[in-house]
Design a binder for this molecule. Structure first.
Ligand SMILES: C[S@@+](CC[C@H](N)C(=O)[O-])C[C@H]1O[C@@H](n2cnc3c(N)ncnc32)[C@H](O)[C@@H]1O
Length: 248
């Protein structure tokens, strides 16, 4: 049984605590790329959450389906306007199958890391590939591990104290450099009450993702530093990668 870190309380505050990710500019760039890749085909979002990307992508005319582990997150999505357009299957994105094939399958906002073993991440690539039509694309947005920034003897990096987060800060602690395990600590302040949510994640390098894609029969088509499609370099803190199946 996979741990579900996105319970009712987290789901209730998700959109507000992740406000920078809901910035219309961020959403428009993300949706521009996904809509372009989808063309006149359909899209499947792994870990669809509260519909941050699925709903605006559907607004562009793309039929979107989702897989989501947390019923609380799926219920938040269902409570939104016109959410009935997005069929959501509750389950693990590494193994859950939905009906049909898709032009694009996507997994954004570092969520590949929520699968905390290499085996699960490999299975997720295989599952994404199994949902793709010939020539279809799998898109992943994920950070590059931050290890180079850690001075000797330190094991943690603050990842957010940005303006725009409402009383929200967080840091990542690297706990196992062999199994590539880390833990995010998210703090939310409401008045004098501070709550903490910890989520374990498996950080993964671009080259390892390319190998997982290859095992799933996919080849790298693009790698950018972000949704604005700037070039990816050795100094990029994150990437948006697109792998493609062979055309039929
Ligand atoms: C950071 S949120 C991202 C949600 C949405 N994709 C977005 O960009 O706003 C991570 C989501 O992944 C879901 N999740 C985590 N592990 C999962 C798994 N194994 N299968 C399906 N969903 C999963 C969580 O429940 C949560 O909704």
């Amino acid at each position: 049984m996979l741990p579900n870190h996105f319970d009712d309380d987290v789901a209730a505050h998700y959109d507000e605590t992740h406000a920078p990710q809901f910035d219309p500019v961020v959403i428009a760039r993300t949706v521009d790329l996904l809509a372009e890749l989808a063309g006149d085909g359909a899209a499947l979002e792994l870990a669809v959450g509260t519909g941050r990307i699925a709903l605006p992508l559907a607004d562009r005319g793309v039929p979107v389906s989702g897989i989501e582990l947390s019923t609380a997150m799926a219920e938040r999505l269902r409570s939104k306007d016109r959410a009935e357009r997005i069929p959501v299957t509750i389950g693990d994105m590494a193994t859950t199958r939905v009906e049909g094939t898709f032009r694009v399958v996507y997994l954004v906002y570092n969520t590949i890391g929520n699968l905390t073993t290499q085996e699960q991440q490999v299975a997720c690539f295989a599952n994404a590939a199994a949902h793709l039509e010939p020539g279809g694309c799998f898109v992943v947005e994920v950070g590059v591990p931050d290890l180079r920034r850690l001075p000797p003897g330190e094991d943690a990096r603050v990842f957010s104290h940005a303006p725009g987060y409402v009383g929200y800060v967080g840091y990542d602690r690297y706990i196992d450099l062999v199994a590539q395990q880390a833990e995010s600590h998210h703090f939310r302040a409401e008045g004098s009450h501070i709550s903490e949510v910890r989520t374990q994640f498996r950080y993964v390098w671009p080259s390892e993702l390319d190998l997982m894609a290859r095992l799933a029969g996919l080849a790298l088509r693009n790698r950018w530093a972000g949704w604005d499609r700037t070039p990816f370099t050795g100094g990029s803190p994150s990437h948006v990668s697109v792998w493609q199946t062979a055309a039929g």
